[in-house]
Design a protein around this ligand. Structure first.
Ligand SMILES: [Zn+2]
Length: 358
């Protein structure tokens, strides 16, 4: 038997979560550099300065990371004196800034702490970095990076973020349950994968229960219990699940038909630019359920989608059945389907899409 360690980053959540920062950074030194996106930095900077005041934590610089998570950006950041001098990196933002900090952390072998300012994805708690080219097109997935030493979720900042992030995050997060549980179907699972698969149910159930109210509270900028539950499902539960259900490329239960559907449609000109990933993935789950022969479950999810304004028919994501058909072969080759209990064919995708074309 081999020896191995499973790691899931701890988190602190609440409207004043940053008050706890120095308690958890102390172990790693005293000097931190903050790297983030423009909007995120504006939302978090004052609170970070306040959190450091009167503690032994010193923030030596605030650096805007740029627009895209690219290898070039990470390489440049890693040469900056403040970044080199710091004991640790504070990654502040949505997905891209945090993913960039993961690459910088790897390059410089420095620990990082994550400060998600929106609830839209699990970048803050996962070990994956999604890397783009400078022109915004997709470049590469970098898997199995170190995860954050601690995640600090300030729910007041999350509550003040634009609603569309949370909205898209809901679709991407409930997909985690459907994709992971199908990927693991009928398998004899090791302890940590079984943990992840079982935990993934909370990616769906929590949002069905709290998602609608969380969106309303987001509009009213209220860091309510519902919003906290939704944010934790999107950022923490999904991040932990994604790490637990994959230890290397040969055994990765993340991904499935909903993601393959989204990435396939990105071959249509302009699709990626005009559609939010999580919204289309959320619709892709309906297609996944139709394909899996679970029409009843699909109808239930449709009712939820209607309540929160997520798509329920093909035309809601502005594509025709012919367009799906033109991308279907590509979808079947997507790496999200590498570990799936049955072989997905182009005809299966077209048949399932036809049931959602009304
Ligand atoms: Zn996704």
């Amino acid at each position: 038997m081999e020896n191995y360690t499973i790691y899931a980053p701890p988190y602190t959540v609440g409207p004043e979560a940053y008050g706890k920062i120095s308690e958890y950074t102390r172990l790693y030194g005293t000097r931190a550099v903050v790297i983030g996106g423009t909007r995120a930095m504006a939302a978090a900077k004052e609170k970070l300065i306040r959190a450091a005041a009167g503690t032994d934590l010193e923030i030596i610089d605030f650096i805007l990371f740029g627009r895209e998570c690219t290898f070039e950006t990470a390489g440049k950041l890693a040469t900056l004196p403040a970044v080199r001098e710091a004991d640790m990196i504070f990654a502040v933002g949505g997905g891209k800034a945090i993913d960039t900090c993961k690459l910088v952390s790897m390059e410089l072998k420095k620990p990082y702490f994550a400060f998600p300012t929106i609830a839209s994805n699990c970048a803050a708690a996962s070990s994956l970095s999604i890397v783009y080219h400078e022109d915004g097109s997709f470049c590469d997935f970098v898997h199995f990076l170190d995860s954050a030493r601690h995640v600090f979720i300030d729910t007041q900042i999350i509550a003040e973020a634009p609603r569309e992030y949370l909205w898209a995050g809901i679709g991407d997060t409930y997909a985690k349950y459907y994709e992971v549980s199908i990927s693991a179907r009928d398998e004899d699972l090791s302890h940590y994968i079984a943990l992840g698969v079982n935990m993934s149910r909370m990616c769906m159930e929590t949002l069905i229960r709290h998602g609608e109210q969380a969106l309303k509270d987001n509009i009213n900028k209220q860091p309510s219990c519902d919003l906290e539950q939704a944010a934790l499902a999107i950022i923490i539960t999904t991040g932990w699940v994604s790490m637990l259900v994959a230890r290397d490329h040969s055994m990765d239960y993340n991904g499935g038909v909903a993601h393959a559907f989204f990435y396939g449609l990105c071959n249509l000109p302009g699709f990626d630019e005009n559609h939010l990933h999580g919204v289309v993935v959320g619709f892709g789950v309906l297609l996944l359920l139709m394909m899996d022969g679970r029409e009843e479950e699909c109808r239930k999810l449709m009712e939820f989608n209607k309540k929160v304004g997520l798509p329920v028919r093909l035309s809601d994501i502005d594509v025709t059945l012919d367009q799906v058909a033109s991308c279907a072969e590509g979808m079947t080759k997507d790496e999200d389907l590498d570990h799936y209990p049955y072989r997905v064919t182009a005809q299966m995708i077209i048949d399932a899409a036809a049931k959602l074309d009304y």
